[in-house]
Design a protein around this ligand. Structure first.
Ligand code: 8YV
Length: 315
């Protein structure tokens, strides 16, 4: 059997997961940066299972220091903080928490879509600041219904966003690693072609090396001065410096962002802009969904300990 001293918690995982790991599994907690290397030298070889989050995963260095690692259980659908390439090569299994958070993340995308085009957060600030009471009118916004919307990454979350957008009478386009059979939306061969064709680009692609800076300055230029961008995926998918420049120079109309390149850092220039909606990576952040993510994470761990098989492995 695998015992608690062979199970390693990496990083500050969800509090409910942390409590179960401690109480039920007597799991080991990876020490902080200062003691980490000395600890790993002494104990790294005994670790067989790691539990981590999508924010702080089992990165390349850490994985090398765990030579007998067999499985990684990741809280979150995104696992870009873990070195999947090395895991794959070494035959280390990896699970994530798909499906259970799809609806909440898609809801967040719709919130950002409406907020960004209609200026709701800026309008709320306008009321609270007393500007409305002083007799001024809030500037007119942009219509959200009937737009052309491009989804970058038509996976589970991208599809759930598309389902919601249909209620807004939108014309839906997409670009994905591959064209989806049976998808009723117009496919574009590149992110740039997609951006050229739409009013709003919604980023729903998985993070990691394959999608890094997929939205670069040329894609933003293709989106154009009346175009908006929404990102609920990973900050790494957009060239953040290029995005800041485009927003400052108004070569795009606005952005709604739940994710950033170096969270929790938000580029200070964005804090000054009223055409940008900024959220603290809350896409899956509801009581219900986090409870479901916790259950699925623990079920994966239990299943590995019992049968050496994960329930929702990355294939
Ligand atoms: C999580 C997420 O909050 O699932 C993901 O990929 O980004 C979020 O749902 C985060 O990863 C948890 O660490």
């Amino acid at each position: 059997p695998i015992t608690g001293d062979q199970i390693l918690r990496v990083g500050p995982v969800n509090p409910a997961v942390a409590a179960i790991l401690a109480d039920e599994f007597q799991a080991t907690v990876l020490p902080g940066a200062e003691e980490r290397n000395a600890w790993l030298e002494e104990h790294g070889t005994r670790i067989r299972v790691a539990v981590c989050s999508g924010k702080i995963g089992v990165d390349s260095d850490l994985m090398k220091q765990l030579p007998n690692l067999e499985a990684i259980v990741n809280f979150g659908v995104g696992y870009d903080a873990t070195d999947f390439g090395q895991a794959d090569q070494r035959g280390i299994l990896l699970s994530n928490t798909p499906d259970v958070l799809t609806d909440c993340v898609a809801d967040t995308a719709m919130g950002l879509y409406l907020d960004t085009l209609r200026g709701l957060s800026a309008a709320e600030r306008f009321v609270r600041a007393g500007t409305w009471a002083s007799g001024q009118n809030f500037p007119l916004a942009t219509r959200a219904t009937g737009r052309k919307v491009g989804i970058l990454g038509l996976g589970r979350i991208g599809q759930a966003i598309a389902d919601r957008l249909e209620g807004f009478k939108t014309e839906i386009h997409y670009h994905s690693r591959s064209q989806k059979e049976g998808a009723a939306y117009q496919y574009h061969a590149s992110a740039k072609e997609l951006a050229e064709a739409v009013d709003v680009l919604i980023v729903a692609a998985a993070g990691g090396p394959d999608s890094a800076n997929l939205v670069d300055a040329s894609v933003l230029a293709a989106l154009g001065e009346n175009g908006f961008i929404i990102n609920i995926a990973r900050g790494s998918v957009i060239d953040e410096a290029a995005l800041v420049t485009a927003l400052q120079q108004k070569t795009i109309a606005g952005a709604g962002l739940d994710v950033f390149a170096r969270e929790p850092h938000v580029p200070s220039q964005l804090l000054e802009l009223d055409n940008v909606v900024l959220l603290p990576h809350l896409g899956s952040g509801t009581v219900e969904t986090r409870a479901d993510m916790t259950s699925l994470t623990i079920e994966n761990l239990r299943s590995y300990l019992k049968d050496r098989a994960l329930i929702t492995p990355i294939s």
